[in-house]
Design a protein around this ligand. Structure first.
Ligand code: HEM
Length: 399
């Protein structure tokens, strides 16, 4: 592909293991180079500044998702039929099949169940005192809520986390990580095909809505397996990333933890600040449908652009002291949930889970103390911890 001469290049691989583990210095260099930067290794244009990321996300007629949002052709082909990978009418009809499950009203109805789960998860964690913030707190909550909501059969749950993580990983560029992950992603899709064939979804769940929509010819039967994965895939690692990110940040900023304990009204904005600071999804891509100008640089028709949400959320043009975690800043405009028509369909639920976990912890835990070296997950798309050793010090009179 021909690149526009004036567009700077960044030859370093931002998907190498080292860059995955510590992406922020690379993002700062991309932003400094220009609004549009050519990544020769991936043959895509990187959009790393806040204003231009927003421009691309809001212009879904020029920057389409229907040709995939991954960085490799195999994943883009496998992902066909999902809400994430569709445009226009097709996208709205797919999104409408399940959107009613995640409206603010529907999410409010889940509040009690989420609170009960969070209480019992925190009970068990306080009992242990030394915990892995990832397994014992961040993973336990979404795993106790989302598979039931989606209606995934009990017998297919032991592999769910591995499959969901692999599904994200497989959306990266062609590299060792995405090639290894392709197998797990394919296993998840083939399990989903079986669930659709055997109609083994939990009655009354999202999966049952999908089958019903196909029975009523509102969507093609062939789209059902992908739609089942569509909501389950993106709902686990992302929320795990947000909750474990919050635990780590509060462990390292005890003053801000005390502020939250004294004033739990700070929690909704704290969740925005966590998602800004440690965006669980680093980046997705789009295909340009025409020659298009982005902040003075022309991106040619047919090119792929990668929208780096995690970089937009640290853009010094948009944020004062972007590399500081500060729960009192107004972080509502962060792009960690995307923006525009593909903006996260599950963010109400994700916010409910993260906020509830922090509310319960704020009431019952006086101090969250780092207790060992954390380990980051290596995943092309997901930015999260894999292990986060912590000690929880109970608040007086609460255990
Ligand atoms: C902190 C947690 C989460 C984060 C950071 C997150 C992030 C995102 C982002 C960045 C997108 C935009 C994709 C794009 O621009 O192409 C997205 C889309 C989506 N998310 Fe989330 N997500 C989270 C939780 C969830 C949950 C819990 C669910 C389901 C219950 C969910 C379901 C979806 C779906 C279905 C889409 C596709 C929407 C569309 O294409 O119209 N997400 N998410």
């Amino acid at each position: 592909m021909k690149t526009t001469v004036s567009i700077p290049r960044y030859p370093t691989d931002i998907y190498s293991t080292d860059a995955i583990l510590d992406p922020y210095p690379h993002y700062a260099r991309l932003r400094a180079l220009g609004p549009v930067v050519w990544l020769p290794k991936q043959q895509v244009f990187a959009i790393s500044r806040y204003a231009e990321c927003k421009q691309v996300l809001l212009d879904d007629e020029t920057f389409i998702s229907g040709d995939g949002v991954a960085l490799n052709p195999v994943a883009n082909r496998l992902g066909r039929g999902t809400t994430l990978n569709s445009d226009g009418e097709e996208h709205s009809s797919k999104r409408s099949v399940l959107a009613h499950r995640l409206t603010p009203k529907a999410v409010r109805k889940m509040r009690q169940a989420v609170e009960e789960q969070a209480e019992s998860i925190v009970d068990a964690a306080l009992h242990k005192r030394s915990v892995d913030g990832v397994d014992d707190l961040a993973t336990a909550l979404p795993m106790s809520i989302v598979p039931d909501l989606v209606g995934w059969p009990e017998d297919g749950r032991e592999d769910l986390l591995r499959w969901a993580g692999a599904t994200f990983d497989s959306l990266g560029p062609v590299n060792r990580h995405s090639i290894t992950a392709a197998r797990g992603a394919a296993e998840m899709l083939s399990f989903s095909r079986r669930v659709v064939r055997e109609r083994s979804v939990i009655p009354g769940s999202m999966g049952a809505d999908v089958l019903e929509a196909a029975d009523e010819n509102k969507i093609a039967k062939s789209a059902c397996p992908a739609l089942m994965v569509d909501y389950l895939g993106p709902s686990l690692d992302t929320t795990i990333g947000a909750i474990s990110g919050a635990l780590d940040l509060f462990a390292r900023h005890p003053d801000q933890w005390q502020a939250v304990r004294q004033n739990p009204d700070l929690i909704p904005n704290a969740v925005n600040e966590v998602v800004r600071y440690e965006s669980p999804i680093r980046a997705f891509s789009r295909r340009a449908m025409r020659d298009v100008e982005i902040a003075g640089s022309t991106v040619p028709r047919g090119a792929r652009v990668v929208v780096v949400y995690a970089s937009a959320n640290r853009d010094e043009r948009e944020w004062d002291r972007p590399d500081e975690f500060d729960i009192t800043r107004d972080a509502a405009r962060q792009l960690g949930f995307g923006s525009g028509v593909h903006g996260c369909a599950g963010q109400g639920l994700a916010r409910l889970e993260a906020q509830t976990m922090l509310q319960v912890l704020a009431r019952r835990v006086d101090r969250i103390v780092p207790a060992g070296t954390p380990k980051r997950a290596v995943n092309n798309i997901i930015h999260r911890y894999e292990r986060l050793p912590l000690e929880l010090v109970a608040a007086e009179g609460t255990q």
